[in-house]
Write a protein of this length. Structure first.
Length: 129
């Protein structure tokens, strides 16, 4: 969900009339789960961001930092920090479910709120040799 906006004029959107000054909460999840944009929108699929050669591609439908004029000012710093942090973890560890739990048993349903945080999980981080 993006930050609330107010309409600056009367507008009709997808057949609905929205009066000037109406508070609107944009739902970015609509784009993130759009089946016309993603091959498997309801599952974790890193190949959504890889081309046929396995190289990273930017997808316009991926909007984790909002969109337009009100995009998060710290987006570039956050992306750089997240990339460094997770790359470091992935290089050093292999992550698996705890003993006795299969990957299919993990519940990846997000907790919906102002943000969509992942549910807590127990993982085993095994050091790579």
């Amino acid at each position: 969900m993006a930050i609330p906006h107010k309409t600056s004029q009367d507008v009709t959107f997808q057949g609905y009339f929205i009066k000037e000054g109406t508070t609107v909460f944009p739902l970015l999840t609509y784009v993130l789960y759009d089946e016309s944009e993603w091959e498997s929108p309801h599952t974790f699929n890193p190949s959504h961001f890889l081309d046929m050669e396995g190289k990273f591609i930017k997808r316009d439908a991926f909007l984790p930092f909002s969109a337009g004029r009100r995009v998060c000012l710290g987006e570039s710093l956050a992306k750089m920090e997240l990339f460094l942090f997770f790359t470091s973890l992935m290089q050093r560890f292999q992550f698996t479910p705890p003993p006795g739990v299969s990957e299919d048993e993990l519940d990846l349903t997000p907790a919906v709120g102002f943000t969509i945080p992942p549910s807590p999980h127990e993982l085993c981080a095994v050091c790579r040799q």
